[in-house]
Design a protein around this ligand. Structure first.
Ligand SMILES: [Fe+2]
Ligand SMILES: [Fe+2]
Length: 320
């Protein structure tokens, strides 16, 4: 049985959600709400950080100085997104150190899309266009999520994601105006990334264990299938403008539903990739672990410096 103060706290939490107001770090929240947020924000932060790898691999091979500058800026933005999100997660009482350890021990997940390899420079464009495009569909509703620090982080993230999507589209458009070989490279890249991009919205609603509770708490605002539909409808005219073919012969406009009909991705493949057997899972986590170990001296130096900064004013006082 609940005590009276606990009941009052729960009522105030529910009332905040009903008003579509934000829950803030010092507010009372049910333990399961906190745990759900930690899981979702951590997974999101890890995706930003692991997502730097497939594109980062092309920085040294960018075809021009201009392309290198754009790609560097984009990959650096993703590092920033990871930092905002780790900070948002820390307001729930989990440290970044702890989250990083869970990632490199394989105890927390990141988006399945980053377990696919990048095989050509066109992939940089396709990731910007389709992967950042899907991320925008997922993330714009999160600007209104019920947890304050998460929603506020998402506002800035979304502004940068729209730059990422445009740079991808612009790169592909440039290649499509180029040679036959370049056009073929773009088409081959789109053929590979289309299905994994559809998987980014998570399993179909009927199989999604978290959706109903997350929507009741105002963490999620739309279901996986609704977001996937939105993404397909947004992408079809863009593909037409680019002159690429989306690799789904059954993709057609359905007047009745006011959206496109399309083929579902291979959900068995999705489950394999999520459970660790995708083409690059082991490589991505090993790389992250190596980077974390290589960075140990920077973390030690930074904390030694911070300790000295704290001590110094007292020492100065003692001298004067
Ligand atoms: Fe991002
Ligand atoms: Fe991005």
């Amino acid at each position: 049985m609940m005590t009276a103060p606990a009941q009052a706290e729960e009522a105030s939490f529910e009332a905040t959600l009903a008003r579509h107001d934000r829950i803030e770090p010092r507010d009372w929240m049910p333990e399961r709400y906190r745990a759900t947020l930690v899981r979702q924000i951590a997974q999101h932060a890890h995706s930003e950080i692991i997502g730097m790898q497939p594109e980062g691999a092309w920085i040294t091979r960018a075809p021009s100085l201009r392309r290198k500058a754009i790609l560097l800026a984009k990959v650096q933005d993703e590092a920033g997104h990871g930092l905002y999100l780790y900070s948002a997660c820390e307001t729930l009482g989990v440290s970044r150190q702890e989250l990083t350890e869970k990632l490199i021990e394989g105890k927390q997940k990141y988006s399945s899309i980053f377990n696919y390899p990048t095989l050509s420079y066109a992939d940089v464009g396709t990731i910007g266009w389709l992967v950042d495009g899907a991320a925008i569909c997922n993330q714009v509703p999160l600007c209104r999520t019920s947890y304050g620090p998460y929603g506020r982080a998402m506002i800035r993230v979304c502004k940068e994601e729209s730059f990422h999507q445009r740079q991808g589209f612009e790169l592909l458009a440039t290649m499509m105006r180029g040679t036959d070989a370049q056009r073929a490279m773009v088409q081959e890249s789109v053929d590979r990334f289309w299905w994994p991009a559809l998987m980014m919205f998570g399993p179909p609603d009927a199989d999604s264990s978290h959706t109903a509770q997350s929507m009741a708490w105002g963490i999620k605002r739309d279901t996986n299938d609704e977001l996937r539909q939105k993404f397909v409808d947004m992408t079809v005219p863009q593909a037409r403008a680019l002159g690429v073919t989306l690799p789904d012969p059954d993709l057609v406009w359905n007047d009745e539903k006011g959206g496109h009909d399309f083929t579902q991705p291979d959900w068995a493949e999705f489950r394999d990739v999520v459970s660790g057997s995708g083409p690059c899972n082991a490589q991505r986590v090993a790389h992250r672990r190596r980077a974390h170990e290589d960075g140990a001296w920077v973390r030690e130096a930074a904390s030694a410096f911070a300790r000295r900064q704290q001590q110094e004013p007292q020492q100065q006082e003692a001298v004067s």
